[in-house]
Design a protein around this ligand. Structure first.
Ligand SMILES: Cc1cc2nc3c(=O)[nH]c(=O)nc-3n(C[C@H](O)[C@H](O)[C@H](O)COP(=O)(O)OP(=O)(O)OC[C@H]3O[C@@H](n4cnc5c(N)ncnc54)[C@H](O)[C@@H]3O)c2cc1C
Ligand SMILES: NC(=O)c1ccc[n+]([C@@H]2O[C@H](COP(=O)([O-])OP(=O)(O)OC[C@H]3O[C@@H](n4cnc5c(N)ncnc54)[C@H](O)[C@@H]3O)[C@@H](O)[C@H]2O)c1
Ligand code: SF4
Ligand code: FES
Length: 810
């Protein structure tokens, strides 16, 4: 008869240990698993992605019900083991089960730590630990607005990002002066906070919560400094504590966690423990990589194989917030005896630091570019001696130099370098899976090796390994939907909108089988744009789907006030307009008046309630400094005043701005006109740039002067101002019709290629057809503030959405 193996805890560490055992000794045990949660084994890590709308609950199941059956495992869900009788070797559950065991594994995980303050037990105060918490947050977001997350660590920030995506206003309350202080130094932490603030998160730092108040449900928090913050939902993310209740009852030795030796044995015979509930050599881990290493040791022991045991782990972390790359490993803070090398690039928002002691890399922090993370992590883990070439560790042998492609970087990686940190899978193991098992996609690799199956942070690197081995043509690309609600890509969605004549987002979601019938913050504004672009007459703008700045026709600033930017065509103004702006600034006590980079005037610090009256007094068109539309047309004085000028740059720019203003585009669209090749208006880093030459104009496209600097490509040369208008209109409409929502022309052109764009605009008949379509859409645009003032109906509610434009983006 087979020996009985019982696992308590159906979570990530325990079940992974069983999986490893099944590989080594498939038929050795009669296995029973008992779990308190009602679900099969799921990926707790991806709860952050579910909350952010990037994954669905069904996507995060690691082993579904059939896996247990296929492996002849008896599973009892929704039952908590409450006693271990180690004399008789029997466990009992709260559901009345009594099960004998020969070998027992305790994998009870952790409990979220809840602040022991008055009011912490009120409805609306939760942790973020399991599916139930995630569902509570998603449900709460439907009817409540203000969320406060206590704790600015990894979990708190991922929760906060998810809640922003659910359209809640989110404030993170952190007790330290800077966030993620357990993983980042001050510089990286500040860069991270700035980035998250731009995404719409607010921070209250150096705050200690004293009380959580509210009549029945939570309505706010009071801090020890006497200040308060309103809240409809409070999420505590202030760390975890090993769940040792069962072990304590069983008489197992406990310190902060269940104390185990190098073979994960407790002090009771035949009782192992694994995962977050465990304390090994004084350390309790809270990330899966070390927990899987622990599980491997138990699996070998139970399979009767030799093992050196577990000797502890060096851990690394990455924050799972889209658009933010943060990595931290080992010792990141300077201390006596350490020296560090830092690189900070404020242009690209990149910061890198490695800490070195006795010739060895002992820690690293990366922000903005984490391509070196696996190489540095290997150095930290292996303790490689870098004496004499310390600087190369961070700068590379060339001292920086051109950025390498992913596949080139993989070529330089040794076979034993770890690609998937969570599962400990090396480049060599992935290469063998490709060569020997025929894997040709990231999903194949995941199924074969488990790489990419936990946090998913290594998937881009797995993709690079595939490209390195198979070449770009050999890699099966997995279709990516426009968001987690659908598997349909941009082109399929737009094609269905056209062919099925879908005119509202609700219709699109219903007809195309969106998994989340309400959509998410990624797809809602995108659908609103595509529908308006395809059906300008039939689609009614869905204002509630727009980002807050677009909804309120003003840029929200970090302190919650707004900015007002009236249009100044071609950067040209008049004394009368300047006087009007000055009068308004004085009348409404505007704290800051600033010239923008786009040649206009920004009135900053405006109260929301003053917006309609200010616009009424200004009686000028909106500059759309907030919208996904034409922002500015920057001009130089051209031949009107400049002795080098060959054409009327100001006149050309004003004509273009007046023609194309207000029209929605996939992303913001900037133009400029220079009166000669000296190019004072910097036209060659704009979405559409015009440079005068003798007897004509050069037209430049797809430039970007922002975080990813890109010089324009020359589209064509033309002779007259009418030619410029025709090409500009045709180009803009082609971008409108083929661009992905939120994709700047610089990215769009790289994606579809300059030759494609040239071919689409080459023939005049094609250009004129595009121009006719843009003209029609332009004829339907309205001046927003005029409309609002006339209707006297500015939407009173402010609901921030994700990925708001940075306050300075104009
Ligand atoms: C939102 C979120 C994001 C995360 N992101 C990352 C990440 O990016 N990278 C990373 O490495 N880690 C991450 N983590 C941490 C990671 O999920 C945990 O380290 C891992 O899940 C711990 O596994 P475990 O099996 O020890 O515990 P758990 O996964 O907590 O499993 C323990 C299970 O045992 C059950 N149980 C407890 N007591 C009993 C009992 N007496 N009887 C029966 N069942 C019982 C519990 O209900 C639970 O289901 C994240 C965690 C969260 C919450
Ligand atoms: N991407 C990832 O790797 C990831 C993501 C989520 C969770 N996790 C893991 O889940 C576990 C829980 O994460 P966590 O962020 O809660 O734990 P944590 O211990 O890493 O961070 C908690 C943070 O809360 C702060 N804090 C503590 N008390 C506070 C108070 N009273 N008020 C305000 N702030 C307070 C701390 O300063 C700390 O920065 C950790 O083990 C973590 O590693 C990892
Ligand atoms: S771009 Fe040429 S025309 Fe315009 S201001 Fe500069 S020098 Fe003068
Ligand atoms: S690094 Fe987390 S799944 Fe690979």
């Amino acid at each position: 008869m087979k020996k009985k193996l019982v696992l308590v805890g159906n979570g990530m560490a325990g079940v992974n240990c069983i999986e490893q055992l099944l590989k080594l000794a498939p038929n050795r045990y009669d296995i029973t698993i008992i779990g308190s949660e009602p679900h099969p084994n799921y990926n707790r890590i991806l709860l952050s992605s579910v909350l952010a709308g990037d994954a669905d609950m069904k996507d995060i199941v690691i082993n579904d019900w059939s896996w247990y059956e296929e492996n002849h495992i008896t599973l009892h869900t929704g039952q908590t083991v409450n006693a271990v009788d180690s004399e008789r070797k029997i466990i009992s559950t709260d559901g009345g089960l009594k099960l004998p065991y020969d070998e027992l594994i305790i994998a009870t995980g952790s409990n979220a730590f809840m602040l022991p303050v008055p009011g912490a037990d009120k409805p609306g105060v939760i942790a973020f630990r399991d599916i139930k918490d995630c569902e509570t947050m998603m449900e709460t977001a439907k009817s409540y607005r203000k969320a406060v997350v206590i704790g600015g660590g990894l979990l708190g920030l991922e929760a906060a990002r998810g809640l922003l995506n659910l359209n809640m206003e989110v404030t993170v309350v952190h007790k330290h002066p800077y966030i993620m202080e357990r993983q980042l130094d001050y510089t990286a932490s500040t860069m991270l906070r700035t980035e998250l603030e731009q995404q719409g998160m607010k921070f209250l730092l150096s705050k200690n919560t004293e009380t959580i108040y509210g009549k029945k449900r939570v309505s706010g928090l009071r801090f020890t400094d006497g200040t308060e913050e309103e809240a409809d939902l409070v999420v505590m993310a202030i760390g975890i504590r090993p769940n040792v209740a069962l072990a304590r009852q069983a008489g197992i030795t406990i310190n902060q966690g269940i104390v185990v030796n190098d073979f994960l044995e407790t002090n009771l015979p035949n009782v192992y423990a694994v995962g977050e509930c465990v304390e090994h050599r004084g350390v309790a881990y809270g990330l899966v990589a070390p927990l899987y290493e622990q599980g491997a040791v138990i699996a070998k022991r139970l399979a009767g194989l030799e093992t050196d045991g577990y000797h502890g782990s060096v851990v690394s972390t990455k924050l799972k917030v889209s658009g933010v790359d943060v990595f931290s490993a080992g010792v990141y803070a300077d201390r006596p005896g350490t020296r560090s090398i830092r690189v900070q690039d404020d242009f690209d928002g990149v910061y890198k630091k490695v800490v070195i002691q006795d010739g060895k890399v002992i820690g690293a922090v990366l922000f903005g570019d984490i391509t070196d993370s696996s190489r540095l992590f290997k150095m930290i883990r292996t303790g490689e001696d870098v004496t004499g070439h310390e600087k190369e560790v961070l700068l590379g042998a060339s001292g920086g130099g051109a950025k390498k492609s992913g596949a080139d970087m993989v070529a330089e990686m040794p076979d034993d370098e770890i690609v998937c940190g969570c599962n400990g899978i090396s480049k060599g193991a992935i290469v063998s899976a490709i060569n020997e098992k025929g894997c040709s996609s990231v999903n194949d690799i995941k199924a074969c090796t488990k790489a990419g199956g936990s946090c998913g942070g290594c998937k881009p690197l797995i993709g690079d390994v595939l490209t390195y081995v198979l070449g770009a043509d050999g890699v099966k690309t997995v279709k990516e939907g426009i968001c987690g609600c659908t598997t349909l890509g941009r082109d399929e969605v737009v094609e269905s909108i056209r062919s099925m004549h879908l005119t509202t987002s609700k219709e699109v979601m219903n007809v195309l089988g969106w998994s989340n019938t309400e959509g998410c913050s990624k797809c809602r504004p995108a659908l609103n744009y595509y529908l308006g672009m395809v059906w300008p007459d039939d689609h009614e703008d869905e204002r509630e789907s727009r980002f807050v700045n677009e909804r309120n026709h003003a840029n929200i600033q970090k302190d919650g006030t707004y900015s007002v930017v009236p249009r100044m065509y071609g950067g040209v103004t008049t004394p009368a307009d300047l006087q009007r702006i000055a009068n308004v600034a004085i009348k409404y006590d505007v704290p800051l008046v600033k010239m923008t980079g786009g040649q206009r005037i920004d009135l900053l610090g405006v109260k929301k309630e003053d917006l309609p009256k200010m616009w009424e007094d200004l009686d000028m068109p909106s500059g759309y400094a907030y919208g996904k539309t034409l922002r500015t047309v920057k001009t130089c004085v051209g031949e009107t005043f400049c002795r080098f000028g060959t054409q009327d740059a100001m006149g050309m720019g004003i004509k273009m701005e007046k023609k194309f203003e207000r029209l929605p585009t996939p992303a913001k669209f900037k133009m400029a006109v220079s009166g000669c090749p000296r190019n004072c208006a910097e036209a060659t880093i704009k979405d559409f740039g015009v440079v005068a030459i003798d007897g004509g104009w050069e037209l430049y496209v797809a430039g970007n002067g922002g975080t990813k600097l890109r010089g324009c490509d020359l589209l064509t040369k033309v002779k007259t101002e009418d030619d410029v208008m025709e090409w500009c209109g045709a180009y803009m409409q082609y971008y409108r019709e083929t661009g992905k929502y939120n994709e700047r022309t610089s990215e769009w052109l790289e994606r579809i290629g300059l030759d494609t764009v040239k071919a689409a605009l080459e023939k005049q008949e094609d250009r004129l057809a595009l121009v006719a379509r843009i003209e029609h859409s332009l004829s339907l645009t309205k001046e927003p503030w005029k409309e609002i003032i006339e209707e006297k109906a500015l939407n009173a509610t402010y609901v921030p959405l994700a990925e708001e434009a940075p306050a300075s983006a104009r």
